[in-house]
Write a protein that binds this ligand. Structure first.
Ligand code: FAD
Ligand code: NAP
Length: 313
């Protein structure tokens, strides 16, 4: 059997692509998701910026009904990691980690991105309970409180500015003596009244209790430590795009990526390879929000439907 469409990844982008492809008439659509569907938002203790969803709701609560909705229209979820996607002539081949393969006329790749971890003590233990990688999502929980931001790139500085509007004080901790950010952004950070810049310092340990984070110990280049008592620690030390499935045995990629490894798409989520679409956090200029990933999934699905219709009819 040849699939009309193979969807790789079952986060908000992949699930929405699954809903739209099946409901839009494609048959034999399989979503390959290595874990439970839902994506990285299921790690979030609270989401309050998904339109129309009010009240206190966890990321898991938000995503729970999505797979059932897709299943109703015929989407099949196969719980397996995809190792690689290749294209030979007109057909794609999905190489699964268990050694099996399946062919597809079109592919929507939606494997997301993973915020990098800084690698200090307590980071994993308190992740989602005071340690966060998303200021847009979790910043509001620290309104009127103090927070620490770790990192020295554009993301860390821009998110520190965002948090400074909500929080009484932001401690911006960077491991070197210089930021790697746009000069204008650096100036805005330096000018902000409630951002304390702490250079040449790295996180040692975040600590807390069953309720969450109570503070963080940082250490400077001279081995002096400082204990900053805050309920929130935001880590922005870069992102890893989950693009491994696009990598071919000869080291090339199935479609064009930018320098950061993000998939280059046009406004229709089309990649440089015919029949291959990308959606969500892994594509260029992704706002890294659930609502945007879902929107991408819908766009990619509508394009996949047109592509398959044209090819087969
Ligand atoms: P993902 O959600 O990353 O989903 C990708 C999926 O692909 C995953 O399920 C993964 O298991 C699967 N996958 C990866 N590789 C493979 C493979 N090789 N084979 C099979 N499956 C694979 N956004 C908001 O809008 N509001 C918030 O409040 C918010 N809070 C957040 C809190 C946290 C802690 C985090 C980490 C993120 C938050 N975000 C929030 C961002 C949001 O989660 C992402 O923008 C969104 O999940 C991106 O969706 P996606 O489908 O592109 O990718
Ligand atoms: P980034 O540019 O890779 O910066 C990551 C930062 O985290 C660096 O300052 C790095 O320190 C620090 N870091 C890395 N690992 C660390 C660790 N283990 N412990 C402590 N600090 C650590 O990542 P980014 O800021 O997410 O940006 C990614 C890309 O997107 C960049 O190209 C950026 O320019 C772009 N971006 C652009 C905009 C914009 O144009 N407005 C906005 C956001 C992002 P070092 O400096 O010492 O390496």
């Amino acid at each position: 059997m040849i699939l009309d469409c193979a969807i790789i990844g079952g986060g908000p982008a992949g699930l929405t692509a699954g809903l739209y492809t099946t409901r839009g008439g494609l048959e034999n659509v399989v979503m390959f998701e290595k874990g439970m569907p839902g994506g990285q938002i299921t790690n979030s203790s609270e989401i309050e910026n998904y339109p129309g969803v009010t009240g206190e709701i966890t990321g898991m609560d938000l995503m729970m009904p999505w797979p059932d909705q897709c299943k109703k229209f015929g989407l099949v979820h196969e719980m397996v990691a995809v190792e690689r996607v290749s294209k030979d002539g007109e057909l794609f081949t999905i190489h699964k980690e268990n050694g099996d393969t399946v062919n597809a006329h079109s592919v929507i790749i939606a494997t997301g991105s993973s915020p990098k971890r800084a690698g200090f003590k307590g980071e994993e233990e308190f992740f989602g309970r005071g340690v966060s990688t998303c200021a847009t999502c979790d910043g509001f929980f620290y309104k009127g409180k103090e927070v620490v931001v770790i990192g020295g790139g554009d993301t860390a500085l821009e998110e520190a500015l965002y948090l400074a509007k909500l929080c009484t004080k932001v401690y911006l901790v960077h491991r070197r003596d210089k930021f790697r950010s746009a000069p204008n952004t650096i100036k805005r950070v330096e000018d902000a009244q409630n951002i304390e810049i702490i250079l040449n310092s790295a996180p040692e340990e975040v600590y807390g209790d069953a309720m969450g984070v109570n503070g963080i110990i940082i250490k400077d280049n001279n081995n002096n430590t400082r204990d900053i008592q805050v309920p929130g620690v935001f880590i922005f030390v870069g992102y890893n795009v989950n693009n491994n499935t696009l990598k071919q045995p000869d080291g090339s990629y199935l479609c064009d990526l930018n320098e950061a490894g993000e998939v280059i798409v046009d406004l229709n989520m089309k990649t440089s390879t015919d029949g291959l679409f990308a959606a969500g956090d892994m594509r260029i200029n992704a706002p890294k929000q659930v609502v945007c990933a879902a929107g991408d999934g819908a766009v990619a699905a509508l394009q996949a439907i047109s592509y398959v219709d044209e090819k087969l009819n």
